[in-house]
Design a protein around this ligand. Structure first.
Ligand SMILES: [Zn+2]
Length: 450
């Protein structure tokens, strides 16, 4: 759209205050909100008629494992909880995640996310078997190809079975290799500027897969480069039991011990915290990525979203890895968030607007970004456009509630930094049928392992 002023005019509804007649986009940003009965304050070059669309801020995904698209509904892993599920999959991933498969898995997950209305994604990439040491470089190339913003989340594991950890020895890296690559990735790709397309976060995987030294030194590196930190915490009772047995205290105490109890950190899952721990996490501004679909599939439990937010924690939303979801559909995640939270809280306490807030502003806060996550003047022009044309929406009253309650699953259009990345339901840079065929072909090897 270059420096043109484009009026996105008269949407059915828009998730923003004072934008009843739409928004004006200029230079990749939101330049103006056009209120009820108003016209843009300055002349526009073009009009995009949004009369068929319900418009939301671009959704932001704060937890995923793209490589897991290769082991969806895997017969060895279905109907298991987290620890046995991981133990079934680790050897399969170690043996079969090769360069071509990894690249296609990344492309597929990014494309799925984009088509569901997501404009910024982080991928907790913790698997670096021989041949894909350049995984983060591959992800930068694929993010550019598909057109999303990305927080490259350099994951890591350095605690294997021989040292008391859960993963097999073949799947971990040594601590110094991890730290050297983390530093390389930070130096090469981390862009802290407003409107960045790429940022970097460091993400030792979980208390039962990494050493304390890696946690402490990753935090020091993050401090030096001013980047975010991410890990899995509070996902299962098994994790709690592991921490008690190996460290002698609970996961939040572990977090404090390694110097991670601060507002540079966001956690995946954050389920099994007691009242005192919720208060402590909130006071220190630790973010939590709620992963409702995965938590239901693995029977992990229910995140205390409202208490965490009330205590001061940013709460974001994530689809989680594609072996425990088993898709990468973030608007579907918004629906699941509403539903699982209705089992935790009463109907008036958690609404579709809460679920949207987690997927937009809350997720942006988890990633430490103030330039995305809302439709407001000066923010990046990242927006998702949904139609209500499918049968499932017929008869719907409230358009924004309809996206969640009737179950929107695909955006008709998606804009990132003012440019269309999805038009008429299809990504502009990707041949979906070819991608389905190529990814399906390489994923077959993961079944032949049986
Ligand atoms: Zn995860």
């Amino acid at each position: 759209m270059m420096s043109e002023r484009v009026w996105v005019k008269d949407p059915i509804a828009v998730l923003a205050e004072g934008a009843e007649r739409g928004v004006v986009v200029e230079n990749g940003r939101i330049a103006e909100l056009v209120g009820k009965g108003a016209e843009p304050a300055h002349p526009v070059h073009r009009i995009f008629d949004a009369g068929r669309h319900v418009v939301t801020p671009g959704l932001v995904n704060t937890h995923h494992h793209f490589f897991q698209t290769l082991t969806r509904a895997h017969p060895s892993a279905i109907n298991k909880e987290l620890f046995p599920w991981l133990q079934a999959l680790y050897p399969i991933w170690a043996r079969h995640v090769k360069p071509e498969a990894f690249r296609l898995a990344t492309r597929l997950a990014l494309t799925e996310l984009l088509m569901s209305g997501c404009t910024c994604a982080s991928d907790h990439q913790y698997l670096f078997p021989g041949g894909i040491e350049d995984a983060m470089d591959v992800q930068t190339e694929e993010a550019a190809r598909v057109g999303l913003r990305m927080t490259l989340t350099r994951g890591s594991m350095d605690l294997s079975q021989k040292d008391g950890g859960l993963p097999p020895d073949s799947i971990v890296q040594d601590t110094d290799t991890i730290l050297a690559d983390s530093e390389r990735i930070l130096g090469r790709y981390h862009d802290a500027s407003d409107g960045a397309m790429l940022q970097v976060a460091l993400a030792p995987c979980a208390p039962f897969t990494v050493t304390k030294r890696l946690m402490v030194e990753s935090a020091a590196l993050a401090e030096r480069f001013q980047c975010r930190l991410h890990t899995h915490l509070g996902e299962t009772i098994d994790e709690n039991d592991y921490c008690m047995a190996h460290y002698g205290y609970r996961p939040v105490d572990y977090l404090e011990e390694v110097g991670w109890l601060n507002d540079k950190v966001w956690l995946a899952h954050g389920i099994h915290f007691n009242d005192e721990e919720v208060g402590r996490l909130g006071r220190h501004g630790v973010g939590v990525c709620h992963c409702p679909t995965s938590n239901m599939v693995l029977a992990s439990g229910q995140c205390r979203t409202k208490e965490l937010e009330a205590a001061g924690s940013p709460v974001g939303l994530g689809v989680d890895g594609s072996a425990s979801n088993d898709n990468s559909n973030l608007i579907e995640g918004v629906r699941h968030a509403l539903m699982i939270n209705r089992l935790t809280y009463d109907a008036a306490s958690v609404t579709h607007l809460d679920a949207f807030r987690w997927a937009t502003e809350g997720s942006a806060r988890c990633l430490g970004r103030s330039d995305i996550g809302a439709i407001a003047v000066g923010k990046q022009a990242d927006m998702a456009f949904f139609t209500l044309d499918e049968l499932r929406f017929s008869g719907a009253g409230d358009p924004l509630a309809a996206l969640v309650l009737c179950g929107a699953h695909a955006a008709d259009r998606v804009m990132v930094a003012g440019a269309w990345k999805v038009e008429n339901g299809l990504p502009t840079g990707i041949d979906v049928a070819a991608l389905r065929a190529e990814h399906g072909r390489v994923a077959k090897a993961f079944l032949e392992a049986l």
